[in-house]
Design a protein around this ligand. Structure first.
Ligand SMILES: [Zn+2]
Length: 342
C-alpha cells in the first residue's frame, strides 16, 4: 500500500510517500481502507520527536481516520466488511481501575492510534475492533475523520474537567484550531457565553458564524484587557488553554474569582510560570485534559449525528501532499481541520 512514512525525526521534509507492507490484522482487530485522515498537532510533535519518548521507526502518523472495513479478525462480530467506520484514537486496556471508571486516557497502557502504533496517513490502517465506530452518510468521510479527537477533547475539557454551566462565560483560545472550533460549538450548545480569539479578521468572522458572541484579534488587542472589558471587570468562569507560554499569563489574568482553567496542549512550548498568591487568593482551579473517554466520545458522536454541532473541515488534500498540509498547520493557515485523502 502507499503511505506517508518517516525514518528519522525532523521537519515536514522527513515525510516520504512510498510503498509499504499492508498491516496484518490479529483476531481482535479490523483493517480499514482509509478514505480520510485528519491532521493533529500531535502529528507534528511525534514527527519532531518528543523528549523521553521512543517510537519505532519507520513510522506512519495519523490518529483520526474514517473509511471502510475491509478485513476483520476472526473473533469480531461488532463490525463487518463493507461497514463505514471511524477509528477512535484512544487505545486502552479496558480492565484497569481507570478504564473501569471511564477514565480511559489515564490507563497505564493508554496509546493513541498513529502515536506508538502506525496510523492513518496510508491507504490502510488497522485498529482494535472496539475502536471502530459505525458512521452514517450524513457527513462526508473527511468530516467524520475531523470529529473524534478535537470534539472529544473539547467535550472533556468543557464539561468533565471545567464543569461548564449554562450562562457561564468561557474564553476559548484559537477559534481556528480543531479544539477551538469544536469547543465554541459545544459551549454554545450548552448555552454558555463564548469569547474567542484568532489572529486574523477572516478567522474571527468564521468564529462568529460558529456562534461565538465576542471575538478578540490577539495580534491587535490584549486578550485579558478585552476579556475584562467584555465581562465588566469580572473575568470569565472558564478558560480553555492549549497554547502555553504565549497565552498563559493572559489566560490566568482573564479568569474571574473562582475561575477554572483547563489545559490540553502546549503548541508554543511547555514551560509557564504561576504566581501562587494569585492562584490561592482567588481560588482558581487549574486542571489538565488528555483526550477523554470512550463513553464521552459516544455522547459526542450522538450529538454530531443530531446535527447540533458539526466538524469544520478547512481543506481536503491528497495523501501525497501531507508534508505541505503539515507546514500549513504549523503556520496556522487554516480554520478547522486539515484532512488527507489517500
Ligand atoms: Zn486500562
Amino acid at each position: 500500500m502507499k503511505a506517508i512514512v518517516f525514518d528519522k525525526h525532523g521537519g515536514p521534509e522527513v515525510l516520504q510517500y512510498r510503498e509499504v507492507a499492508r498491516p496484518t490484522v490479529k483476531e481482535d482487530e479490523v483493517l480499514i481502507a482509509v478514505k480520510a485522515c485528519a491532521l493533529n498537532h500531535l502529528d507534528i510533535w511525534i514527527r519532531n520527536g518528543l523528549p523521553g519518548i521512543q517510537i519505532s521507526l519507520p513510522h506512519i502518523l495519523g490518529c483520526e481516520s474514517a473509511g471502510v472495513v475491509c478485513e476483520v479478525g476472526r473473533k469480531i462480530k461488532s463490525v463487518k466488511v463493507g461497514d463505514d467506520v471511524l477509528i477512535v484514537p484512544g487505545i486502552s486496556c479496558g480492565r484497569c481501575e481507570f478504564c473501569k471508571k471511564n477514565r480511559d486516557s489515564l490507563c497505564p497502557e493508554f496509546n493513541i492510534v498513529g502515536f506508538r502504533t502506525d496510523g492513518g496517513y496510508a491507504e490502510f490502517v488497522k485498529a482494535p475492533a472496539r475502536n471502530a465506530i459505525k458512521i452514517s452518510d450524513q457527513l462526508s468521510y473527511a468530516e467524520w475523520a475531523a470529529t473524534p479527537l478535537c470534539f472529544l477533547t473539547a467535550w472533556h475539557m468543557l464539561f468533565t474537567r471545567a464543569n461548564l454551566q449554562k450562562g457561564e462565560k468561557v474564553l476559548i483560545h484559537a477559534a481556528g484550531s480543531g479544539v477551538g472550533s469544536a469547543a465554541i460549538q459545544l459551549a454554545r450548545w450548552k448555552k454558555a457565553f463564548v469569547i474567542t480569539t484568532a489572529g486574523s479578521d477572516g478567522k474571527l468572522k468564521k468564529a462568529k458564524k460558529l456562534g461565538a458572541q465576542e471575538v478578540i484579534n490577539y495580534t491587535q488587542k490584549d486578550i485579558a484587557q478585552e476579556v475584562k472589558r467584555i465581562t465588566h471587570g469580572k473575568g470569565v468562569d472558564v478558560v480553555l488553554e492549549h497554547i502555553g507560554p504565549q497565552t498563559w499569563a493572559q489566560s490566568l489574568a482573564s479568569l474571574g474569582r473562582g475561575g477554572r482553567l483547563v489545559t490540553c496542549g502546549a503548541t508554543s512550548g511547555p514551560q509557564v510560570t504561576l504566581d501562587l498568591r494569585f492562584c490561592f487568593s482567588r481560588e482558581l482551579s487549574i486542571s489538565g485534559c488528555y483526550m477523554g473517554s470512550r463513553k464521552e466520545l459516544d455522547q459526542v458522536i450522538k450529538l454530531v449525528k443530531s446535527g447540533k454541532v458539526k466538524p469544520i473541515v478547512d481543506t481536503v488534500v491528497p495523501l501525497v501532499a501531507a508534508a505541505q498540509a503539515q507546514a500549513k498547520m504549523e503556520n496556522r493557515q487554516f480554520f478547522g481541520k486539515l484532512v488527507l485523502e489517500p
